[in-house]
Ligand binder design. Structure first.
Ligand code: DX5
Ligand code: ZN
Length: 225
C-alpha cells in the first residue's frame, strides 16, 4: 500500500520543510490538493502551479507528485500542472465535460491521467473510461478540507471497481490503480486495503500536532504489515 501525504493540513509557510520531513520518513508520493475558491462546496483556495513547481524543484525528479484538481476548468488548464512537473493529474468527473479528451491530452503530454469522483456520484460513467485511466480516486469525504470523517459507504463502489480492474488486468489491459482520499487513519487503513485500495491519501493522519510524520507513518504502516 502506497501512503501519499496530502499537505493540506501543513503550515503553508513551512510547506518545503514538511515535504522534506515526509521524504525523510520514507514517503515516495505526495498528493497536492488544488482548490480554486469556486468548485468545492466551502469555496476554499489552496495553491496552484507556481507552488507545485517549487515543490518539484525541491524534491527532485524521484518523488512521485499527483495533483488533485478541485477546480472548474481542469479541461483548459491541465497543461499548467504538467508544466509544473506533476507525474499524474487527477480531475473530477463532475467538473469535466469531455473526459476522454482530457485523458488523451494528458497522455499526449506524457502525463498519467487520473479520475476522481465524489462519494455521491454514481460510478456508471466511470466504468467505460477504466481501460484508459492510470488511476481512479474514490473520495471518502466531501472534498473541501482535511480532517473530516471517513464515509464507509464508499465500500461498494470500491469493490466494484476492484473487480472490474482485476478483469481488465487479466485480459491484458491496463493496471488502473485504485486510490482513496479522505479520513484515512491507522484505524481504517487495513479495511480499505481489504476492499482493494492500493494507494491512500493521508492528510491529518500524518501531518498533525500529535506526532512527527515519521511516527504517524509508522503507526499507519504497522496496521498493514
Ligand atoms: C479533501 C482533500 C484531501 C484531504 C485529506 O478535499 O482532497 O486530500 O486533504 O485529508 P484527511 O486525510 O485529513 O481527510
Ligand atoms: Zn485530495
Amino acid at each position: 500500500m502506497q501512503i501519499c501525504p496530502s499537505i493540506l493540513t501543513a503550515d503553508f509557510c513551512r510547506i518545503g520543510e514538511v515535504v522534506d520531513e515526509a521524504i525523510d520518513a520514507g514517503i515516495e508520493w505526495i498528493h497536492l490538493d488544488v482548490m480554486d475558491g469556486n468548485w468545492v462546496v466551502n469555496k476554499t483556495i489552496t495553491f496552484g502551479p507556481a507552488i507545485i513547481s517549487s515543490i518539484r524543484e525541491r524534491v527532485g525528479p524521484k518523488i512521485f507528485l499527483d495533483c488533485h484538481l478541485m477546480i472548474t476548468n481542469a479541461e483548459d488548464t491541465w497543461d499548467q500542472y504538467v508544466d509544473a512537473g506533476v507525474d499524474l493529474v487527477i480531475a473530477h468527473i463532475e467538473a469535466v465535460e469531455d473526459f476522454p479528451k482530457l485523458i488523451q491530452n494528458l497522455h499526449g503530454a506524457g502525463c498519467q491521467a487520473g479520475l476522481v469522483y465524489n462519494p455521491s456520484t454514481p460510478i456508471d460513467e466511470i466504468i467505460p473510461l477504466l481501460p484508459e485511466l492510470d488511476l481512479v480516486l474514490t473520495m471518502s469525504v466531501v472534498p473541501g478540507k482535511g480532517g473530516q470523517s471517513f464515509m464507509p459507504e464508499v465500500e461498494e463502489n470500491i469493490r466494484t471497481l476492484r473487480s472490474l480492474v482485476d478483469d481488465q488486468i487479466s485480459n491484458g489491459g491496463r493496471a488502473t490503480k485504485l486510490m482513496i482520499d479522505g479520513g484515512i487513519k491507522s484505524h481504517n487503513i487495513a479495511l480499505v486495503r481489504e476492499w482493494g485500495i492500493e494507494a491512500a491519501v493521508v492528510g491529518s493522519g500524518l501531518i498533525n500536532d500529535k506526532g512527527s510524520i515519521a511516527n504517524n507513518l509508522h503507526e499507519i504502516n504497522s496496521q498493514i504489515q
